[in-house]
Ligand binder design. Structure first.
Ligand SMILES: Cc1cc2nc3c(=O)[nH]c(=O)nc-3n(C[C@H](O)[C@H](O)[C@H](O)COP(=O)(O)OP(=O)(O)OC[C@H]3O[C@@H](n4cnc5c(N)ncnc54)[C@H](O)[C@@H]3O)c2cc1C
Length: 426
């Protein structure tokens, strides 16, 4: 039965879910809201791992995304003089576990664009997915628009939008990121916010002009004092800078979570004062950058991700945090399971959402597992700690531990495969 669906958020999983929903039933009427005036291209490299890879393949988008992937040849651990202490490669065998650098590293903006374009036009068949008007089947995007209120009864959800209009939907999906307003609207402001569990680590992402000596091996530098800096160039025309700082400072938390970009930049500049290595270059780049993005790292732990006819998806439901490398992958498996359960239970939205809540849980739990020592190993405090971690990583690199792990660990996280939903025709 065709449904009238509202998706809030056009990041990674908003367009991905819209595409899956439309492919499973072209008669669905799907509206995607995005708070920003257009698709947001900010963000640096994100990974497709485990279940994310077969899902992109089933959507016919893996080859298209692969062409836009960043080709990186591994990661090296460096000191303040830029000397390498350890180096780990990439698993290019298409089998076994992905390494520290995934084989499918892609700029967030590129992935969002691939998914957005595919939602409006199937790249394989050329069939348009775009709705012709408000009441027609298909997908339409509304930019600079967000929900201000949601109320629901047994048959549908009433949504008031920022433009003052009110509409009724059979189903509402909150795909609006780690701070999800939808989550706060359905579970209450305080409860919804509390579900985001901070790691007390703050990350900044931006690019600087590439220099001739920047190669395709990423670098990670332990600064000490709870700070780390990574730099990645791959085969891109610019060099990406990642700052990661662990601190209990309320000033930093307030700035990163609530204040304008210029204040965030000033806070990171202060945190990294005297950091060494290439900091002077990166400080200049920080001041001049136009693509700077910063956020608080954490995980969303929600006991349920469904309430009546409203469901949460992606970071809104289950943010795994960039330190797991699983955020994009878990948002894709969530979209896959949600589209699958809706197709399986046809018009019975509440039953489909309950099944989604239960069946996506093992994937969320697996994706949210933090590797031993993470995020501490990236944000070490003392000089002794930095010395020891370099020694340990240099030993792992010497015995080629990464290659042993590629060979023995399964490709699917925890050995779980993607579930099959023949009803979706994907
Ligand atoms: C600008 C940006 C940059 C990022 N950069 C990185 C990065 O460099 N590395 C990394 O690992 N992860 C990054 N992430 C997070 C990463 O995209 C997600 O962890 C993952 O891909 C899951 O995506 P998602 O679709 O659930 O959420 P997101 O990609 O966060 O998308 C959520 C979307 O919802 C929109 N939105 C938010 N609130 C509302 C609202 N009230 N109404 C309507 N729309 C709303 C946002 O503008 C955004 O477009 C970034 C996220 C954003 C938004």
């Amino acid at each position: 039965m065709p449904l009238k669906v509202l998706i809030i958020g056009a990041g990674v999983c908003g367009p991905a879910f819209a595409t899956m929903l439309r492919r499973s039933d072209p008669e669905h009427n799907i509206t995607v809201l995005e708070r920003h005036p257009g698709i947001r291209h900010n963000g640096l490299q994100i990974d497709l791992r485990a279940w994310g890879v077969p899902i992109m393949k089933r959507l016919g988008l893996l080859d298209i995304a692969s062409k836009r992937c960043v080709h990186e040849n591994g990661i090296a651990i460096v000191d303040s003089k830029g000397r390498k202490h350890a180096e780990f490669g990439v698993n290019k065998s298409h089998t076994g576990q992905q390494s520290f650098t995934s084989e499918f590293e892609i700029m967030r903006g590129d992935l969002v664009e691939v998914l957005y374009e595919a939602s409006l036009k199937d790249p394989k068949t050329g069939v348009s997915g775009e709705a012709e008007n408000e009441d027609a089947p298909g997908i339409r995007y509304k930019f600079s628009t967000w929900p201000t209120a949601l109320t629901q009864d047994e048959k549908g959800v009433h949504v008031t939008l920022s433009d003052g209009t009110t509409k009724r939907y059979d189903l509402v999906i909150g795909a609006d990121g780690q701070w999800s307003r939808t989550r706060r609207l359905i579970f209450g402001e305080e409860e919804g916010l509390k579900m985001f569990k901070r790691l007390n680590v703050y990350a900044a992402y931006y690019t600087v002009p590439r220099e001739p000596e920047d190669d395709d091996i990423a670098r990670f530098y332990h600064v000490g004092g709870g700070r780390g800096i990574a730099m990645r160039s791959g085969d891109r025309p610019e060099t990406q800078v990642y700052l990661m700082a662990r601190t209990n400072s309320e000033e930093v938390q307030r700035a990163v979570e609530r204040q304008p970009v210029e204040t965030q930049k000033a806070v990171f500049e202060k945190l990294y004062e005297g950091a060494g290595w290439q900091w002077e270059r990166f400080r200049k780049g920080l001041r001049e950058s136009t693509d700077f993005y910063a956020d608080s790292l954490g995980q969303v732990k929600a006991p349920h991700i469904v309430k009546g006819r409203v469901a949460l998806l992606g970071d809104a439901a289950s943010c795994a945090s960039p330190v797991t490398g699983m955020g994009t992958t878990v948002s894709l498996i969530g979209s896959w399971v949600l589209a699958g359960e809706l197709a399986r239970h046809k018009g019975d939205v509440p039953t489909a959402l309950e099944a989604y809540d239960a069946n996506v849980r093992p994937y969320i739990d697996e994706a949210q597992k933090l590797m031993l020592g993470v995020p501490w190993v990236m944000t070490i405090d003392s000089n002794w700690g930095v010395f020891l971690i370099r020694l340990l990583l240099s030993f792992f690199s010497f015995i080629k531990l990464d290659k042993i792990l590629f060979a023995i660990l399964p490709e699917d996280k925890g050995g779980i495969k993607i579930p099959e939903y023949p009803e979706t025709n994907m």
